[in-house]
Design a protein around this ligand. Structure first.
Ligand SMILES: Cc1ncc(COP(=O)(O)O)c(C=O)c1O
Length: 376
């Protein structure tokens, strides 16, 4: 077998992306569109190919976190509406204007800078005004908004295209925080309207919000994780029908027959209880295969789950394949995703690692090539 590229890769299944997008669309009301969140390299799935796939599925509104992420898309000739969720930092104003990017407006100082830059070029920049309705992170608080609105309205260089906020606890369906946030969001929207501003776009819901909470005023929903097949929270396991998009795979580099008692990998934290056959895969924590999966990760081979044994190294992991017949060097093991009807989901890793699937996907390293399976 020849390996012109590394025998470890992540397959990105665009049919699954399409399926998950349809689930998100089905949750939107008739007046709502999807604003697809493709920040952090589309949660590790590859921003440019994922955005292009979503465009081909009819999506034309996108959000990233940083100017650099936006420029990556613009350099790939993506001309659709692009919202930068993470503000416009001092010195970036010219790039926002040049590349027709919409900043999320979080504070007064940024508004002053952006307005001055736009007026200087005799241009107008569309912004989305973000309010803190209870997330406790960024955005205008009610008092700040009330105070600043008269001045903001006078800015010739800025157009308030969007009005938005972000939910803190929408993944907990019995939380009252979301109903409080919804009420605060509407109060602040009313404040904006009373100041004579009617934003074209109104948006609040992330994946959890979209899956569990209605927002009749909203024109957009901003799902991220559900597009990639991750649950926005455990409360949604039975509510959402999602498919994993990323399938992390690696081919067996060596097969070893080890005698009972052999210590395996750094620290010898695993000793073979009997003679065993061990498959060595060329993937490690440098690829996002978390070291905390030492002695508890699993792979899928021939429709069977096989255990990771010993410490995860930077570039290698070992699995016990004693129970699988006819294993050969070069066989493909699926470490994340699904194969032959068996799955190891981002949410499964997340539970083992005491994190969320978002982090699992984002941490699959740049050393792992992504291969795109076209939509069937
Ligand atoms: C402001 C904002 N909107 C939407 C999203 C998408 O959230 P989710 O991936 O939970 O759908 C995020 C993600 O962190 C976000 O920060």
């Amino acid at each position: 077998m020849n390996y012109p590229s590394r025998p470890t890769w992540a397959e990105i299944d665009l049919s699954a992306l399409h399926h998950n997008l349809q689930q998100a669309i089905n949750l939107c009301s008739a007046n709502q569109r999807i604003l697809a969140v493709v920040k952090a390299d589309a949660y590790g799935h590859g921003a440019v190919p994922v955005t292009q796939a979503l465009q081909s599925f009819g999506i034309s509104d996108f959000a990233v976190a940083t100017l650099e992420e936006a420029l990556e898309l613009r350099h790939a000739e993506m001309t659709d509406k692009l919202l930068v969720l993470g503000s416009c930092f001092p010195g970036q104003e010219g790039a926002f204007l040049q590349h027709n990017l919409m900043p999320t407006l979080l504070d007064k100082d940024t508004a002053l800078r952006l307005n001055a830059a736009a007026v200087k070029q005799q241009r107008q920049l569309k912004i989305h005004l973000k309010v803190d309705s209870g997330m406790g992170r960024v955005g205008f608080l009610p008092g700040e908004l009330r105070e600043f609105l008269p001045q903001l309205r006078q800015f010739d260089g800025l157009v308030i295209e969007g009005f938005m906020s972000h939910l803190a606890c929408a993944d907990e369906l019995d939380s009252t925080v979301t109903t409080d946030q919804q009420a605060q969001f509407l109060t602040m929207l009313q404040m904006v309207r009373e100041a004579g501003v009617e934003p074209r776009e109104i948006h609040l819901n992330n994946s959890a919000g979209l899956s569990g909470w209605e927002c009749p005023e909203c024109t957009l929903s901003r799902p991220g994780i559900m597009l990639y097949g991750g649950l926005p929270g455990s409360d949604f396991a039975s509510k959402l029908d999602l498919q994993p998009v990323m399938h992390l795979q690696s081919r067996i580099a060596q097969l070893r027959q080890l005698p009972a008692g052999s210590g395996i990998s750094y620290g010898h934290c695993y000793h073979a209880p009997a003679d065993m056959r061990v498959a060595v895969l060329p993937i490690g924590y440098a690829d996002g295969y978390n070291r905390l999966l030492s002695n508890c990760g699993q792979g899928i081979l021939r429709g069977q789950k096989i255990p990771v044994i010993g410490r995860v190294c930077m570039d290698w992991i070992m699995l016990d394949v004693s129970a699988v017949t006819d294993v050969a060097v070069g066989d493909c093991v699926t470490l994340l995703g699904s194969a032959e009807g068996v799955s190891i989901l981002g949410d499964d890793w997340a539970e083992q690692l005491n994190t969320i699937s978002y982090e699992v996907f984002c941490r699959i390293g740049s050393r792992v090539p992504r291969r795109y399976l076209p939509k069937k």
